[in-house]
Ligand binder design. Structure first.
Ligand SMILES: [Zn+2]
Length: 475
């Protein structure tokens, strides 16, 4: 708003705030420098890279189906005929310069879509952008029981969610692990000193390996939240996990730090302890910004902390905090066997303000992609396998101890078919020795003698050795 006389300024600000979508009069024409296209399972994203801000409008026309994008203050400085349109509803992209500074882009479509568009301010990686998301229209319902003729002869137990019905023995469902590969599409995540390596690719590779290993475990199923190179808003990620019936949400990331020597893996979980005022501010900020970070408005994606805050905030909305910490500890200690740890403890952000949790959630920073050595390691299949193996081991330990009711793992444990090795338990407030003995299914007397206890008095924070349980000792 440079150059406006003072008396006009106040009126101008009021007007600008009321009509955010109106452009500034004096905006010089911006160039559309490139157009990028990302295909997601349910939408196609077009990103116009611009040399400056623009005003735009989007409308849809039928017969033939097409989307018209008018961009005021823009000139086309790239080609549109090189976009990979395979697997998208787009059959062609054309353009016309309507006036010196009004560009019209027409997207020809095989079928109608629901368009949504917004602009993004510059960040570390990109300049001004115009984003047009084309959502595939909702397909006809295709649930297995939709048609009477195709109903299975065996009645479906109504208490089980359809997405959790799996062919494990005895009608017991799998434990479902939602695996969230961080970032994606035009959000590359952290940048690596290794040329061409982005966090989004590393996270997807590890997520896929993790899924492969989880699916190889009887009674477990891994579900990918992101299956390709496209962006998913944060809230949508937990929504996808919930739809897949997740018992655990694991978000995979790779860290970055200004100091290239920083290294090691970390695990984040939520805390039920007090939030510092700094955290509270961070949270409030994230709350206000999270939808914007998710790519639905004007915010840059460059602030790693804010990104992380957004992820954690989102996780926290649905997270079982103590379970998250528990599974986080198991994952971290197993990861410590295959890679260096950045922090020896599961990190917590003190998200005390958070509400009724239902899916335990952890965020795993697999290492520092900003560290040249660690970046190289993270790119190797053997290291990705080792990291995944350690995460799976931690996840399995957690679910063997805490199997969700109705799962095959719960059935195994209840029928004494899971033999547990020796473990350590840290006493939390409200726990008694008898309760702990019951929880681990070990006789109270054995728990007492293993820990050389003279009586049943225990203190919060005290470490107890839980003896191995043999199959024979179980009821
Ligand atoms: Zn990340």
């Amino acid at each position: 708003m440079m150059g406006l006389p003072m008396r006009k300024r106040a009126r101008f600000i009021a007007l600008a705030m009321a009509l955010l979508c109106l452009t500034f009069e004096a905006v010089a024409a911006s160039d559309v420098r490139s157009v990028r296209l990302w295909r997601a399972p349910d939408n196609t994203r077009l990103v116009f890279d611009l040399s400056g801000p623009v005003q735009h409008s989007v409308f849809q026309l039928a017969a033939p189906n097409r989307i018209v994008i008018d961009v005021k203050g823009a000139k086309l400085a790239t080609r549109l005929d090189q976009l990979a349109l395979a697997n998208t509803p787009i059959t062609g992209v054309r353009s016309a310069q309507r006036t010196a500074d009004e560009l019209r882009v027409v997207i020809d479509l095989a079928k109608p879509v629901s368009p949504k568009s917004f602009t993004l301010a510059p960040n570390q990686q990109y300049g001004h952008r115009l984003v047009v998301d084309l959502f595939d229209d909702a397909p006809a319902p295709s649930t297995p029981v939709a048609s009477a003729a195709s109903k299975p002869p065996v009645p479906v137990t109504p208490t089980q969610a359809p997405q959790k019905l799996t062919p494990v023995p005895n009608g017991k469902r799998d434990v479902v692990i939602a695996i969230d590969a961080g970032h994606g599409g035009e959000d590359p995540g952290a940048l690596s000193p290794v040329k061409g390596q982005y966090e989004k690719h590393v996270t997807l590779a590890i997520a896929r390996e993790l899924q492969r290993q989880i699916n190889a475990e009887r009674g477990f199923r891994g579900e990918l939240v992101r299956t390709g190179d496209y962006f998913i808003p944060l809230r949508k990620r937990t929504e996808i996990a919930r739809k897949k019936g997740a018992d655990l949400f694991v978000s995979i990331h790779a860290d970055a730090a200004p100091r290239s020597s920083a290294f090691g893996a970390s695990v984040y979980a939520l805390s039920d302890r007090g939030a510092t005022s700094e955290t509270a501010r961070w949270l409030a900020d994230a709350e206000n910004q999270s939808d914007l970070i998710g790519g639905v408005g004007n915010v840059s994606l460059d602030d790693k902390d804010r990104m992380l805050a957004g992820v954690l905030l989102d996780l926290s909305m649905t997270a079982s905090m103590s379970s998250s910490l528990n599974v986080g500890n198991k994952v971290l200690s197993n990861m410590g066997r295959v890679t260096s740890l950045h922090k020896r403890r599961v990190e917590q952000a003190g998200f005390m303000v958070l509400k009724s949790p239902d899916i335990p959630s952890i965020l795993v920073e697999t290492g520092f992609i900003s560290n040249p050595n660690e970046a190289k390691k993270l790119a190797t299949v053997s290291h990705q396998q080792a990291l995944s193996r350690s995460i799976v081991t931690g996840v399995k330990q957690f679910f063997h101890e805490n199997p969700p009711p109705g799962t095959y793992i719960a059935y195994l444990r209840d029928s004494g078919q899971i033999a547990m090795g020796p473990r350590e338990h840290v006493v939390s407030s409200g726990e008694s020795l008898a309760l702990i003995a019951q929880r681990y299914q070990v006789p109270l007397s054995t728990l007492r003698s293993t820990n050389s206890l003279k009586n049943d008095v225990i203190k919060v924070g005290q470490k107890l050795q839980i003896p191995a349980t043999s199959l024979a000792a179980q009821p």
